[in-house]
Design a protein around this ligand. Structure first.
Ligand SMILES: [Zn+2]
Length: 352
């Protein structure tokens, strides 16, 4: 526990232990991340125009001649909590989905087919990492929108990352299906793909990422847990793509029927203000509150490695977290719809 900042992982601290520990331990808040370097090509105009030396699969001329059609005026009203919940159901029905398992592969196949059905190109980011129980093969799934008339997606038009983890924590004693912790945000992200596709110009500016390996194999340390997001962030930094992103929004455990977002204390201040303003505009502000400690989740590598301001929209106040009762009966469409509405509102206001 005594590391450079007090960490609470959505995935390993039992609540009773957590609050007892919090009463005793002071939190060394980590410094807010520096904003990503300014990107001269990050205007909307640039996003819809070909960049010199852009992606090899560029369809630049098509994009240049025919501006992408405008989407619904209030796109945040188009997201269906019920449709999202159906994706959640399909993830849960796979059964346990720990990294490296057949269940995880089934989850990926569902994610990929869902993305493609809504006009998104998929990329599997496969890698092997060392875990306390030996090497494990992980695979993130990335979705990039294919604009109408184009044959393939570009990879230089995205300005925002919206992400989730799809793996579930491995338990030897229970059958853990992670209805909220894994499936909820994954299902919502697939409905997000359908919704964004209604506004191609907006969709082209969003990268959807489904992380593998969020859960620790044994217990969270610097090297156990967040495998997928660390790898993704390292790739972004190494390739130089990190500079094109303005912000990231992570969803995790958003299915609780008693829905309330607990914002980690390490949330970037400017992004936090913008998200709360979006919640306020949609009359959902009462569902959001600041948590008084840092939550260790997939937004951390985006902030610290890729240097992209990223916020975690997580309902950490969930009674069934990491229990056999984190089942479909405990979750509903409301949290999915509200989290997505706030996210879509912010995307629309920021990127257009
Ligand atoms: Zn977890």
């Amino acid at each position: 526990m005594a590391s450079r900042f007090f960490r609470i992982c959505a995935c390993y601290v039992p609540r009773a232990v957590l609050f007892a520990a919090l009463a005793l331990a002071a939190c060394d808040r980590k410094s807010p991340p520096e904003p990503a370097p300014a990107d001269p090509s990050s205007s909307n105009e640039a996003a819809a125009s070909p960049a010199p030396g852009g992606a090899p699969q560029s369809t630049a001329s098509t994009v240049k001649r025919a501006p992408l059609p405008a989407g619904p005026h209030e796109i945040w009203k188009e997201f269906s909590g019920e449709k999202a919940f159906e994706h959640v159901r399909q993830q849960v029905e796979i059964g346990p989905r720990p990294s490296g398992s057949p269940g995880a592969e089934k989850a990926r196949v569902l994610i990929e087919s869902g993305l493609r059905a809504f006009g998104w190109q998929t990329e599997r980011q496969t890698f092997t990492d060392t875990t306390p129980r030996g090497p494990v093969q992980f695979a993130n799934v990335i979705g990039r929108f294919i604009p109408p008339g184009a044959k393939a997606a570009r990879n230089d038009t995205q300005r925002a990352i919206v992400c989730s983890h799809y793996d579930t924590k491995r338990f030897s004693t229970i059958s853990f299906v992670g209805a909220s912790d894994g499936a909820s945000s994954t299902g919502a992200l697939l409905e997000m793909a359908r919704t964004l596709a209604l506004d191609p110009a907006l969709a082209a500016q969003v990268e959807l990422v489904f992380f593998d390996g969020e859960e620790a194999v044994v217990q969270f340390t610097e090297t156990d847990g967040l495998y997928g997001s660390r790898h993704y962030a390292q790739q972004l930094r190494g390739s130089g793509r990190a500079a094109q992103f303005q912000f990231g929004i992570l969803w995790d455990m958003i299915g609780d029927r008693d829905f309330n977002i607990t914002l980690s204390s390490d949330s970037p201040p400017e992004l936090t203000r913008a998200i709360l303003a979006a919640a306020d505009a949609l009359q959902l502000r009462h569902h959001f509150r600041m948590f008084d400690r840092a939550i260790y989740d997939d937004h951390v590598p985006l902030n610290t490695i890729a240097r992209i301001p990223a916020i975690d929209l997580i309902d950490f106040d969930y009674l069934y977290w990491h229990t056999a009762d984190d089942t479909l009966e405990r979750v509903g469409p409301e949290g999915l719809q509200k989290t997505a509405a706030v996210t879509l509102y912010h995307l629309r206001k920021t990127l257009k």
